[in-house]
Design a protein around this ligand. Structure first.
Ligand SMILES: Cc1cc2nc3c(=O)[nH]c(=O)nc-3n(C[C@H](O)[C@H](O)[C@H](O)COP(=O)(O)OP(=O)(O)OC[C@H]3O[C@@H](n4cnc5c(N)ncnc54)[C@H](O)[C@@H]3O)c2cc1C
Length: 288
């Protein structure tokens, strides 16, 4: 990518107007954009629009039972947010495993979703939380459920001229349990081999509603709808956790690559959900 104009708007309308009618690219934290730039010799992009000075796109807040993550909220913001620690600690657990501190300080929510790749780590917890993506263009606004926004390998349902402004999800409530696991070759700066996110909304011993998702085992992170249904309205037992875990593995279509075999990944799609559900529900999985 060569010879482009670079603009730094401070409002969403200014960013959208700068993009209108041009071959544009938005940049947020730049952690995907900058490596991509090195390989793009097409010269197609005529204007790069830096979103990072648009204050209304940042921050983390809550209103009427809905948690709102600004498109430009960073992974570090998740770690430092008391609201996230209280309302959705699964995001803090994910953030602690994301890259390393330097990347966490730059990497944004929207940038990770736009990545659209199977190993985008912010996506599985957001899927388990049943998040939605808010978009704005010069034509208006729309909201799309995150699971419908991810349409295939590195494909997302964004239209030309749209900016992601916010990611929202219903607060899972005080009584929810959660589990998150990033299986990777190292504890930091590693691409996920299998990612699992579990949210269990509880009433006493009964799981009222579940959100379960897998990353790195399909063309895009996915929700395990059948597994979620199996848990709804039931008391969690080791036997049920096993059935749910098998339903998770059934929807995984992993590939072999340099990090792990498809066979190993498939097995982990059963082992990890079972372990996370049991740990969250306080069920011993020790066979003795
Ligand atoms: C060393 C390193 C380690 C990494 N480790 C991890 C990891 O552990 N886990 C992981 O998931 N990822 C990892 N990544 C990938 C990357 O950091 C994340 O995907 C990050 O969240 C991207 O966000 P960003 O703000 O940097 O996006 P950018 O690079 O700024 O943008 C990426 C894309 O999103 C678009 N975009 C950004 N914001 C908006 C918006 N609001 N509306 C519309 N379009 C927008 C841009 O146009 C661009 O196409 C790593 C990257 C590096 C370089």
């Amino acid at each position: 990518m060569r010879g482009f104009e670079f603009v730094v708007p401070t409002t969403v309308p200014a960013a959208l107007k700068a993009a209108k009618g041009k071959k544009y690219k938005f940049i947020a934290g730049g952690t995907n954009f900058m490596p991509d730039l090195r390989h793009d010799h097409s010269g197609e992009t005529k204007i790069v629009i830096d979103l990072m000075r648009i204050k209304t796109l940042g921050g983390i807040s809550a209103a009427k039972g809905t948690i709102k993550l600004g498109a430009l909220a960073t992974v570090t913001d998740l770690i430092e947010s008391k609201l996230i620690a209280r309302e959705a600690p699964i995001l803090r657990d994910m953030a602690a495993k994301f890259a390393g501190p330097i990347i966490r300080n730059r990497a944004t929510m929207a940038g990770n979703i736009i990545d659209g790749g199977p190993a985008a780590d912010i996506v599985p917890p957001l899927l388990a939380l049943k998040a939605a993506v808010k978009l704005t263009s010069l034509k208006g606004r729309r909201t799309v459920a995150l699971d419908k926004f991810l349409t295939g390998y590195r494909q997302i349902a964004i239209k030309s001229g749209e900016i992601i402004t916010e990611i929202t999800f219903p607060s899972p409530g005080k009584n929810h349990l959660h589990g998150y696991y990033k299986l990777a070759r190292r504890n930091a700066m590693a691409i996920t081999v299998v990612g699992v996110a579990v949210i269990l909304k509880m009433k006493g011993k009964i799981c009222q509603e579940a959100g379960i998702s897998l990353g790195s085992v399909n063309p895009t992170p996915i929700r395990c709808y059948e597994a979620e249904k199996l848990l709804a309205g039931k008391e969690i037992t080791l036997d049920l956790a096993q059935i749910v875990a098998e339903a998770c593995a059934a929807v995984a279509t992993p590939i072999d690559d340099i990090r792990a075999s498809a066979e190993y990944r498939k097995l982990m799609c059963e082992v990890l959900p079972r372990r996370l559900i049991c740990q969250a529900a306080g069920i011993s999985i020790d066979p003795t």
